[in-house]
Ligand binder design. Structure first.
Ligand code: ADP
Length: 411
């Protein structure tokens, strides 16, 4: 009797366990279908992106590629699936056609260092060896602190480049044309002011000086626009010659003396005793130093102080918060001026940027000087950076490698 009851209980338990197991399996099935549906949805979303899209695993093997990517790279999905992305797309080059080394490629940076990249400086080479400028965004896929793959979205920016070039060509042509009239105005105003054309009343002199000043602004602005368009068209050259770097800095200061005299901040210099001879493009180097010193003057109150220092810094030393990876000649321009607001500091080297406090204190300015200086440094292997605190002052650093500026031929 007892064993019959035991047997019944056992059978009931068994049935319950079976039902429970079935329920779990059904739940699992439902969950699995849900996950699969979600995955199908995600894959469909990814594949339907209007830009080229490639997803790789942690070794860079292609796991997913959409139609746009296939078309842009001139490759078939079947050809590239499971292959290493960098090999499958054949090549990444810079503007001049130099192959970008593996460790610098955006996808590799994502997989090895977990670095996300957004840039538009490279060209992708298609299977048929034609190439196109590409805007790349690569994001590493991180799971439990480990990089398990990467997603790359890219697009052909040939058309944007063409529009940009047309715009720069237009600015270049327009600035050339715009330069002629103010140059004539400058000559004529100076002739009148010299008194050779007859004596002028004080009022006439005052008006002519105002004309000269405004006209000079027009000349400065057209020159700046011309420089920007040359930079953007790649049309400027860097030609170097062995020069005495500190002597050039001193001659810039001498040239600026008329504006550093009188109601202006005091200017101090700290130069080394021995000459520092460097391979420099003198006009470009002068342009950078002139801009940094005039900025210090414009953005410092008359009771403030500016210090211009020239020195060499050895590889491995830190200056202005930057660790230098080779030997450099550095010009340090410090001021006790208005400084740059913290929130705007990341925009300082962008085109047409003028900080809010600068607009108030010095209304005339183009916001182009530092953009030009940075572009020259980027092209010549130099560095430019700064440290600044609002209402305390700024320190700008311009560094040229002791090996000299890199040369560049105009395109
Ligand atoms: P501009 O001086 O013609 O406005 P720049 O490109 O030379 O153009 O400088 C961009 C902006 O950076 C300036 O408008 C100013 O806001 C800020 N800036 C540059 N140098 C200094 C400085 N020494 N002190 C404070 N602000 C500065």
């Amino acid at each position: 009797m007892r064993s019959q009851i035991q047997k019944k209980n056992f059978e009931e338990d068994l049935t319950n366990a079976r039902i429970a197991a079935q329920n779990v399996l059904e739940d699992l099935d439902i969950e699995k279908t849900k996950v699969e549906k979600e995955r199908a949805k995600e894959v469909a979303i990814l594949l339907s992106i209007g830009d080229g899209l490639v997803v790789t695993d942690e070794n860079g093997n292609i796991m997913l590629i959409n139609k746009v990517a296939e078309k842009l790279l001139g490759r078939k999905k079947e050809e590239v699936m499971g292959k290493v992305f960098s090999d499958a797309i054949l090549g990444i080059e810079d503007k001049e056609g130099k192959v970008i080394s593996l460790e610098k490629r955006p996808m590799n940076l994502a997989l090895t260092a977990g670095t996300a990249t957004v840039n538009s400086i490279y060209y992708y080479v298609r299977k048929n060896k034609t190439r196109f400028p590409v805007a790349i965004t690569v994001t590493p896929i991180v799971f439990e602190g480990k990089v398990i793959g990467a997603v790359e979205v890219f697009r052909d920016i040939t058309h944007e480049r063409e529009i940009d070039e047309e715009k720069s060509e237009f600015i270049s042509l327009a600035s050339h044309q715009l330069k002629t009239p103010p140059t004539a105005v400058k000559l004529l105003t100076e002739r009148l002011l010299s008194g050779k054309m007859g004596t002028l009343t004080e009022k006439q002199k005052e008006y002519l000086n105002d004309i000269r000043f405004s006209n000079q602004r027009m000349i400065d602005l057209t020159n700046a626009l011309l420089n920007v368009s040359r930079i953007e068209l790649g049309a400027f050259t860097i030609q170097v010659q062995k020069k005495n770097a500190c002597a050039i800095v001193q001659s810039v200061l001498d040239e600026l003396e008329p504006i550093t005299k009188g109601e202006q901040p005091k200017l101090k210099t700290i130069f080394p005793e021995q000459n520092i001879m460097l391979m420099l493009d003198e006009p470009l180097f002068r342009m950078i130093i002139t801009n940094l010193v005039t900025n210090a003057i414009h953005y410092t109150a008359s009771e403030g102080e500016i210090v211009v220092e020239c020195k060499t810094i050895n590889k491995g030393e830190t200056v202005g918060g930057k660790l230098l990876k080779e030997n450099y000649f550095v010009v340090v321009i410090s001021d006790t001026g208005y400084g740059i607001p913290q929130v705007q500091q990341n925009k300082v080297f962008t085109k047409f940027f003028r900080a809010d406090n600068a607009r108030e204190k010095h209304v005339n300015g183009t916001g182009l000087g530092l953009y030009i200086a940075k572009s020259i440094m980027d092209h010549s292997g130099g560095l430019i950076w700064f440290m600044s605190r609002e209402n305390k002052g700024s320190v700008f650093y311009a560094a040229i490698p002791m090996t000299g500026m890199r040369t560049k031929v105009g395109t």
